[in-house]
Design a protein. Structure first.
Length: 241
């Protein structure tokens, strides 16, 4: 059975100034005193991004041993040698297509698929990577990703940064809900639209939504609202999801 996965829509809800301050309890429980291998390849300036996340986590959690996996001579080998009782992985946000391409090229994607015993945390693109595919990202395909398949740490798709339709908007393109409906024209897997500040936590055969609300999309069904604290473990065993 795969180790726990903590999957954020983003690092902070609207109006919040301090990243991750809304999720201190689940982060402290999930990371514990483990060394955190941070995966920054969805971003541009890898050192800067790693430093920013490390500073943010230390501000809310205290002493955190966060290390940039990109600094390792062989990042994939580092993950393959990691001790699941003492080490974990955190995949940051940015561009999901770039993340998928870089992790495929450097072997980290394959290593993460092997090391399902390592606890996994992700935000935005990192949460997309935990799904069966990256097809429900919001990002522009700025690179050829080398494939759309991902890690399948959960059997449902996430749409991070989910935005509800604005009745006053002058935008004439598809709403997020319409884009997910297009996804379901071709795919049966359920999609959880995580609003800012929300996260999913998979622990064994339990899947819960917390932090904020979300919207659940299933093929052939009306979208459903999910309140913070909702147990959605049934999604783990739903055919087609």
């Amino acid at each position: 059975m795969a180790a726990d996965s903590l999957l954020f829509s983003n690092s902070r809800p609207p109006g919040a100034q301090v990243p991750f301050a809304h999720a201190v309890a689940p982060l402290r429980e999930h990371l514990g005193s483990r060394t955190v291998w941070f995966v920054p390849w969805a971003g541009g300036e890898l050192d800067d991004y790693t430093g920013w996340v490390g500073d943010a986590l230390r501000e809310v959690l205290g002493d955190v041993d966060l290390r940039g996996l990109h600094r390792e001579p062989d990042p994939a080998a580092t993950l393959r040698a990691a001790d699941p009782e003492r080490e974990t992985v955190f995949v940051g946000g940015g561009n999901t297509f770039r993340l998928r391409r870089r992790l495929g090229d450097n072997g980290v994607l394959a290593a993460l698929r092997e090391r399902t015993d390592l606890r996994y945390a992700g935000a935005s693109a990192g949460s997309n990577l935990a799904c069966p595919t990256i097809r429900t990202t919001n990002d522009m395909p700025i690179v050829e990703p080398g494939g759309l398949d991902a890690l399948a740490r959960i059997p449902v798709q996430i749409n991070p940064h989910y935005l509800d339709p604005d009745p006053h908007s002058t935008h004439r393109g598809e709403t997020r809900e319409e884009r997910i409906a297009e996804f379901h024209e071709e795919n049966a897997v359920a999609v959880v639209g995580l609003r800012e500040g929300a996260w999913l936590l998979r622990s064994g055969e339990r899947l819960t939504l917390d932090g904020y609300t979300a919207r659940l999309f299933r093929r052939g069904q009306e979208p459903a609202e999910l309140a913070a604290g909702t147990d959605v473990s049934w999604l783990l065993a739903t055919p087609g999801s």
